[in-house]
Design a protein around this ligand. Structure first.
Ligand SMILES: [Zn+2]
Length: 387
């Protein structure tokens, strides 16, 4: 995510923090600076509380990440935002049970932390009561929770972990509870149907969060409502696209007669081709007709800026080793996943070492739009015709 800074790396996962996280530290400092400990000590204590709170959030995200890695899904990074953390999975798990376990692992970490912290917090509070530092009532317990000190910190972290675990279990897709709901639904209905139901429930939850936020729950709930609403929509589109691509073979999406380039060609020629054809990405061959790389429009623009139109394609192309390869019989949905995973906008289609052509992100988006529209129409007609 742009605007993020790497903090550390653990088990192959980068933990990074978004700049807006600073706002939450400032918020913590301000909240506690008005307390009995005085402005400076209070502010420092506030920062400590937020840092420890987010350490718990990091552990929660590691719960997701470690479970995902167990199922063979790479997690390149975890990002911390003011509203919580996000573990970036390179692809969605393809079995409902896997999604269920990955989603529930996060809240479980919070419940374990709460269970570990609760006895310590109770002990600390008990000692405080014994020494006459606090009354043995629920009210005094709540007051202690907001008082800077070890007892307050333990009470606060135990309670917050319990609440974090519970809050994340609310069925507000794409929050954990929403993912759990989708996984459970997907065990008895098609994945796409399960996603639609989970997203609809999530939208309803987002509206409740927004009302709760406006009614006094605070700006954080409004942000979460926004995140749930927008994120749910994004994932629904993603799932629908994947659904459309599932039954299409790679060979069906290949465009015959695409223009190829030779390593000796100059960039000026590519510019000319782009202006006179619809093609934007070109396979490159060496002089003995072997496929050696790809020149994408993005790479071309960058190379023109750096080296000018006289540069040769061989010097600026993306070499073959960096291009994902697809087989003609593969499903486009799997190929699309691989392109997203490897951040590549093209795949080379090869059969037994022989190059057949390129498939680009644009080819796929076009297919999704055309086939998606056709499919929607068919589904509508099906729904209207008497059974
Ligand atoms: Zn989570």
């Amino acid at each position: 995510m742009s605007g993020s800074m790497k903090l550390f790396r653990l088990w192959g996962i980068d933990v990074q923090v978004h700049w807006s996280f600073l706002l939450i530290l400032i918020y913590g400092a301000i909240i506690y600076s008005g307390g009995p400990a005085g402005p400076l000590v209070g502010a420092l204590y506030g920062i400590l509380v937020i840092l420890l709170l987010f350490a718990c959030v990091v552990l929660h995200e590691f719960g997701h990440a470690v479970t995902a890695k167990y199922f063979g899904i790479r997690v390149p990074y975890i990002t911390l935002l003011p509203i919580g953390g996000v573990a970036q999975l390179e692809r969605m798990p393809n079995k409902p049970l896997q999604e269920f376990l990955i989603a529930i692992a996060g809240p479980m970490v919070n419940f374990v932390l709460a269970a570990l912290l609760a006895p310590l917090a109770t002990l600390a509070f008990g000692l405080k009561v014994q020494s006459g530092g606090a009354a043995a009532s629920a009210q005094s317990l709540l007051a202690q929770m907001q008082t800077p000190g070890l007892t307050g910190l333990l009470l606060y972290l135990a309670a917050t972990n319990l609440l974090l675990g519970l809050f994340n279990l609310l069925p507000a897709f794409p929050m954990d509870g929403g993912r759990i709901l989708r996984a459970l639904l997907a065990m008895s209905m098609p994945y796409i149907q399960a996603t639609r139901v989970a997203v609809a429930v999530g939208r309803f939850m987002a509206i409740l969060f927004a009302i709760w936020g406006i009614a006094g729950g605070g700006i954080m709930l409004l942000l979460i409502a926004f995140f749930v609403y927008v994120g749910g929509q994004g994932e629904l589109e993603m799932t629908e696209s994947r659904y459309v691509l599932r039954d299409i073979r790679v060979k069906e999406a290949l465009t015959p007669g695409a223009q190829a380039l030779f390593v000796t060609d100059r960039l000026a020629k590519v510019v000319d081709l782009i202006m006179h054809t619809y093609q934007t990405d070109f396979p490159i061959f060496d002089l003995s007709n072997r496929f050696v790389g790809v020149l994408t429009r993005g790479r071309l623009v960058q190379a023109l800026r750096e080296f000018g139109p006289e540069a040769r394609v061989a010097d600026v192309m993306i070499p073959r080793e960096q291009i994902p390869v697809a087989r003609p019989e593969e499903s486009l949905a799997d190929v699309w996943d691989r392109m997203l995973e490897q951040h590549s906008r093209v795949v080379a289609v090869e059969d037994g070492g022989q190059f057949l052509g390129l498939i680009t992100m644009e080819d796929i988006t076009e297919l999704i739009q055309v086939l998606g529209a056709t499919m929607e129409r068919a589904m509508l007609q099906e729904a209207q015709s008497p059974a």
